[in-house]
Design a protein around this ligand. Structure first.
Ligand code: GTP
Ligand code: MG
Length: 309
């Protein structure tokens, strides 16, 4: 019935009348624990796994409140960047880093791979990190440098990071599908996808393939969002920009992925190169934060405030 759930648990669920995954997904974990007579931890786990398979539709507002109360915000390395993100990179959401090459997307991911492993009291998630690398740019040496510059045990930091290299979009989809089990088993609190759409753009060329590409991309993104919500973890994606030279006003660089990408991502951070090693960041399309431009710097310690260099 449900991958990752012991058969004895499945039998208990069946006996209590939970004959479909839908039924499990739509019942609050607390109720499942009572009705089935199982521990609340098991009930929460079963409920999460079930919700990965079906869209529970309406969820009690109390559960949403509960989820928001358990939201954790991770330090990006720059207080200014944290500030425009409303305190840091949130759990239960997808954060998208958008920018041209060299704008600092991967460097932010590297820094988060270190800071996310710090205890919650120190601005982290106190958990492990999983990286899906589609571009072959994941550098363990750079992670070690960032950790050491921050006075941390670099070997321990590397031990807390699981990396998978995705060779094409099909492979990337398989890796995304394996996330629920991995997150549960390996105590992952942050999933990094660098980049989300590089393979899709490279493989689906021409107008005729656009609909299929967007449909596959949309399905990947909705799975990622469900993992983020169900396990209260954070998903960080990178995205390139598309230059539209015919733009008369405003920024000619647009994020790729169109509306599918725009709708799936809770927070969108637009990055640009500034003077020397500084970068400019602004949060776009935020439902709750004013648009403001800040400056950060890329240093040996990863991302820091621009005046700290
Ligand atoms: P693409 O993946 O090509 O789209 O770019 P990106 O946005 O991921 O760029 P990335 O985050 O890799 O930023 C690259 C920039 O980071 C380089 O131009 C360097 O200036 C800077 N950088 C990379 N490594 C180091 C380092 O070890 N020390 C310092 N100080 N800066 C670095
Ligand atoms: Mg990169």
């Amino acid at each position: 019935m449900l991958k990752g759930v012991a058969s004895t648990t499945v039998n208990k669920l069946l006996k209590a009348g939970f004959t479909t995954i839908q039924a499990v997904a739509m019942t609050p974990a607390r109720e499942i624990a009572e009705l089935v007579g199982m521990g609340s931890d098991t009930a929460v786990k079963v409920c999460r796994l079930a919700r990965m398979h079906v869209d529970p539709g309406f969820v009690p507002a109390l559960e949403i409140l509960d989820m928001r109360q358990h939201m954790v915000k991770c330090n990006t390395g720059s207080q200014e960047l944290n500030r425009i993100l409303g305190g840091g990179v949130e759990t239960g959401a997808i954060t998208e880093l958008i920018g041209e090459f060299g704008s600092g997307k991967t460097q932010i991911c590297f820094t988060l791979a270190v800071t996310a492993q710090q205890p919650v009291e120190e601005g982290g998630y106190g958990g492990n990190v999983c990286v899906i690398d589609t571009e072959g740019t994941f550098m363990p040496e750079r992670i070690m440098q960032i950790a050491e510059e921050r006075g941390l045990d670099s070997t321990k930091i590397l031990e807390g990071i699981l990396i998978a290299r995705a060779y094409n979009s099909e492979h990337q989809i398989i890796l995304i599908n394996s996330l629920p089990e991995l997150v549960e088993k390996s105590g992952i609190k942050l999933v990094i996808m660098d980049s989300m759409i590089g393979h899709f753009r490279g493989e689906y060329i021409g107008r005729g393939t656009l609909a299929e590409r967007q449909q596959k991309l949309g399905s990947c993104l909705s799975k990622l969002l469900r993992v983020a919500e169900a396990f209260n973890i954070s998903v960080v994606l990178t995205n390139q920009v598309l230059s539209t030279p015919d733009t008369m006003y405003g920024d000619p660089n647009k994020p790729t992925g169109g509306h599918v990408m725009a709708h799936a991502c809770t927070h969108r951070v637009f990055l640009r190169r500034g003077r020397q090693n500084t970068r400019l960041a602004r949060v776009i399309d935020s439902p709750s934060l004013p648009e403001e431009k800040i400056r950060f710097a890329i240093t040996a310690a990863g991302i820091v405030d621009a005046d700290e260099e």
